[in-house]
Design a protein around this ligand. Sequence first.
Ligand SMILES: [Fe+2]
Ligand SMILES: [Fe+2]
Length: 216
Amino acid sequence: MAKRADMALRRPGVRKGGVRRNPRKSPSGHQRLSEQPGVTRGSAVEEMVRVDHAGEYGAVRIYSGQLAVFERLPHKRKITASLLHMRDEEVEHLSKFNELIRERGVRPTVLTPFWHVAGFALGAATALMGEKAAHACTAAVEEVIDDHYRGQIEKLKDLGGEEAELAETIEKFRQEEVRHKEEALAEGAEQAVGYPLLSGVIRTGCKLAIRVAEKV
Ligand SMILES: [Fe+2]
Ligand SMILES: [Fe+2]
């Protein structure tokens, strides 16, 4: 499993020097997806793929950080099994976005090395605070991702079927993220010490990470 996670974490579609493969040209005269001036349909969908790839990358690293703590503890088998299952699903999500950025010639975020370290650190730190804090981290992250994916699906629907397959993929992943959140809540995420603060800080961090990853 660790090997599979490592494979998925490799950056695809980028040649030495970060040059794009198959850059996708925007069709001329395309409609605006976003109301922001200068944001075209093509670039908006490209941003979606880039940010989702970064998010799934971060998710794999968060679960890996948590597992690095719990896998060493024999009395933490239950949470370890649950986190392994969640990470498996994140690895599948990441593999799909690896494929999408390759196919569409989307540049992955330049901050991948940062998410590599920050995701793992967030996972390990919350796991060291205890099981409930680890679940609080999952619930907070997945809540933001649920909202984020909902927003993207709405925008993709505006394109009238052109990106129906991408919308379906994101909807499938969204449902799995919601299941991760529900499982974390059922396991007592809200009973973590300092839950409102912990959850708030993580949610703010994730929202900020999304904004940054869309652009860089
Ligand atoms: Fe995911
Ligand atoms: Fe998830």
